[in-house]
Design a binder for this molecule. Structure first.
Ligand SMILES: Nc1ncnc2c1ncn2[C@@H]1O[C@H](COP(=O)(O)OP(=O)(O)OP(=O)(O)O)[C@@H](O)[C@H]1O
Ligand SMILES: [Mg+2]
Length: 743
């Protein structure tokens, strides 16, 4: 089956053929035969790299160009959303029947918005959570969606992210019963079940365009599934590194999955020395430029310095503790074949296309706080392994598990490489998770009676797999809670959301968080300070994960809590009587301490050192805090809590920028972050007016402000830059370096 023979719009064919897609892969043919192009619902369950996205592209463009429809493409991760966005962008040159060009949009942030602007887009790429939040706002344009693509749909099985995807799919099918559903999945054991739930046909294949040689390495010898074996050189004590070096020598790159962040970092460090020896001069120069980019992307910290240093040596690590800008630089550098060895936690396990000829899975066990070590699932192993041998980049692929002894080698061969992937199960019926979905069902007018609510949840994958009775009892409990907290009210047989309930649902916060905030707004601590608010938001379940104190820090956090007891909106329980609550509270206090230090302008590096918090976790806490303070401000408006209004707004702005109040006016300027803001302020430029009257050469004489930025600042404040003066500055030497840095 050739691309040119397909019944898809001509310009789509042209673009695809130009990009090298001439002949369809067998799973793609099967999907076409199963009616994907005729609008049939379909679960496409096929191995990694088998080209599932292409079917989504065909269907999406068919909807847009032939059916006047709209597509929403759901992904579980932001990184995957951006990769798909890049892939879809190739179609923006095509014109629709109305003469306008096809528009591809991406939306992954801000959960309290209908994103009206998305209405103009034809294909919208988004995360499951963002789609859920849009549904809670009942964004009007969502009624026009005629195709939903659920990528990595097997993640329904994930206890945290699965339920959101499940509810989003059920809601979209409710809003538009004619919607076409295309679910893309790894090979799983119960495809039929999933398909039946989605009223879909299904295609399963075992085909992969690039042969993936799976094997187990023991003492520098790999035993492959197909009976082959291979010896590799021993250069390092770590066999994962030896496997990686072996690949680099044959011109490939390696991705090593480690079970913890710390292990990923150590591995990258140990690999660096060996990898550097094999790098060519041009690659070294290019790596140096990437290292400079890392240092310029945000404040300098010991972590960014370490990452930059490793990058120079052709290795890097990638995990959720890194900021997203750094992650992107690393991904790009690996993609452009500069970084040779990348070590990662499972942050890179799903869907992404990378030039990893070899994937090494160093550890088949994973540690989860509270659970201890457990072996990963076959499904997860297959996902990680599947990052190797992607058609765009490599002609062969290897996925290697490492074993410590022969028993373990046998175990790995049998239980991962030769094993079948598991069934997937719905994870929906957990009170903590279901709470906000029940409220949203009522608040966004999806149902107004108890019966209607049960009917909706009766259409979920959970109800399909289990029994509506189990989920019913959880829902009943939740309805009672929502009623007691005045988020819903009942009028005869009708249930409706109160203003409070409706706003809480739109704000995309857990009902429990909304109740904590509401009570906080009414509370009267002895002293109401910024710390009171920071702790209040840290106390909500939406501040997750909390930054827990490490052992040696415990005393310090306890002392701090004792000293600030009177500012807190909750009572501190007795340490010995209620140990669990007490420990939980310490985590909240530490989170509040970190946030407080952030708005007191402690440098990122000091935060990392003092609190042992990693940048990625710090940014997540900051993002969460900003979102919860937005929610607090909105609820203060709703409850007319005048005393809280200015304080919540200011604190939210401070959290966003990481500055004291006095810097707020000047950090509003583009190009001025917390570091430069402080430099300007301390040099006497305390107000916009002062900056307006400053001579540009004076601004340039300050650290970290180059001529280009100084000009940009002056332009923003309505100041004037003389031509001669500018010419003179333009010749200056430091100009590039100073302006490149982003803080
Ligand atoms: N018919 C084709 N001809 C040539 N290349 C193709 C074809 N179909 C897909 N590809 C390429 O194959 C690569 C893998 O495709 P894709 O990312 O869709 O895989 P996938 O099945 O979604 O894998 P995963 O399960 O890992 O997400 C892409 O780079 C894509 O451009
Ligand atoms: Mg995919």
């Amino acid at each position: 089956m050739k691309t040119s023979d397909l019944s898809i719009p001509e310009p789509v064919k042209q673009i695809l053929i130009k990009s090298g897609v001439v002949e369809l892969y067998p799973p793609q043919k099967e999907a076409i035969k199963a009616g994907a192009l005729e609008g049939r619902n379909l679960v496409l369950a096929s191995p990694t790299a088998s080209g599932k996205t292409l079917i989504a592209e065909f269907c999406a463009l068919k909807h847009v160009l032939e059916k006047n429809g709209k597509t929403i493409y759901l992904t579980p991760l932001r990184a995957l959303a951006s990769e798909k966005y890049e892939e879809f962008k190739k179609y923006t040159s095509i014109r629709k029947p109305d003469g306008k060009r096809v528009r591809i949009g991406i939306s992954t942030g801000d959960y309290d918005s209908t994103d009206q602007w998305l209405e103009r887009y034809d294909v919208i790429i988004t995360t499951n959570e963002k789609a859920d939040s849009l549904l809670r706002h009942r964004a009007k344009w969502m009624d026009e969606i005629s195709l939903v693509v659920a990528d990595e749909v097997h993640l329904l099985n994930d206890s945290e992210r699965g339920p959101t995807l499940e509810v989003v799919l059920a809601r979209l099918m409710q809003i538009n019963p004619d919607i076409q559903v295309l679910a893309l999945s790894a090979t799983i054991n119960n495809v039929e079940e999933l398909a039946e739930w989605l009223k879909a046909g299904y295609v399963t294949t075992e085909w992969r365009p690039i042969n993936l040689k799976e094997g187990v390495a023991l003492h520098e010898e790999i035993q492959f599934k197909d009976g082959d074996s291979k010896k590799i050189d021993r250069k390092s004590r770590n066999s994962s590194i030896n496997l990686a070096l072996n690949t680099i020598k044959s011109g490939g790159q390696a991705l090593i999955f480690a079970s913890t962040r710390r292990k990923a970092v150590t591995l990258a460090k140990n690999a660096a020395v060996e990898v550097e020896e094999i790098l060519s001069k041009p690659v070294k120069r290019a790596l140096k430029r990437d290292a400079d980019k890392i240092l310029a992307a945000g404040e300098r910290t010991r972590i960014s310095e370490m990452l930059a240093e490793l990058t120079i040596h052709g290795t890097a690590f990638h995990h959720a503790g890194l900021g997203s800008r750094h992650r992107r630089i690393i991904e790009d550098s690996f993609r452009h074949r500069k970084i040779k060895v990348l070590t990662a936690t499972p942050t890179l396990a799903f869907g992404v296309n990378l030039p990893a000829r070899t994937v090494v899975i160093q550890d088949y066990k994973r540690y989860e706080p509270g659970y201890g070590y457990y072996p990963i699932s076959v499904l997860e192993y297959k996902q990680m392994a599947g990052r190797a041998g992607r058609p765009k980049y490599d002609k062969v692929g290897e996925a290697i598990l490492t074993a410590r002894n022969s028993d373990e080698a046998d175990y790995l061969m049998e239980n991962y490489i030769l094993a079948k992937t598991e069934r997937i199960w719905s994870r929906l019926a957990v009170e903590r998770i279901l709470r906000s979905h029940v409220l949203a069902t009522i608040a966004a007018d999806f149902a107004h009676t108890e019966r209607g609510i049960y009917d909706f949840f009766g259409k979920t994958f959970y109800a399909y797999q289990y029994d509506i009775k189990t989920i019913k009892s959880v829902i009943t409990k939740i309805l009672k809670y929502l009623y007691d907290e005045q988020m819903i009210d009942v009028c005869r047989d009708n249930i409706y959301a109160t203003k409070f309930g409706k706003r809480a649902s739109e704000l995309y916060i857990d009902p429990v968080s909304a109740v904590i905030i509401r009570d906080g707004l009414r509370g009267e601590p002895a002293y109401l300070t910024d710390l009171s608010l920071l702790h209040m938001i840290a106390h909500t379940p939406d501040m997750a994960p909390k930054l827990r104190p490490y052992t040696r820090e415990l005393d310090q956090v306890e002392v701090f809590m004792e000293e600030h007891k009177e500012e807190l909106l909750v009572n501190v329980p007795d340490k010995w009587e209620d140990r669990m609550v007490y420990e939980e509270l310490l985590g909240e206090i530490k989170t509040a301490m970190v946030l407080k230090s952030w708005v007191e302008e402690m440098s990122e590096d000091e935060l990392i050192e003092r609190f042992r918090v990693q940048p990625g976790d710090l940014y997540r806490a900051i993002q969460n805090a900003k979102w919860l303070l937005h929610a607090t401000h909105q609820l203060a408006l709703l409850f007319d809590s005048k005393k809280m209004l200015p304080q919540t707004l200011k604190l939210m702005e401070q959290i966003e920028k990481g500055v004291k109040k006095e810097l707020l006016p000047i950090v509003k300027l583009e190009g001025v972050g917390r570091v430069r803001g402080r430099i300007l302020y301390n040099a006497g430029y305390k107000t916009i007016k002062r900056i307006k009257h400053a001579a540009i050469s004076d601004l340039v004489s300050l650290p970290l402000i180059g001529p280009r930025l100084a000009k940009k600042i002056k332009e923003q404040v309505g100041g004037f830059v003389k031509k001669e003066e500018w010419k003179k500055l333009e010749k200056g030497e430091e100009w590039e370096q100073k302006d490149l840095t982003q803080y």
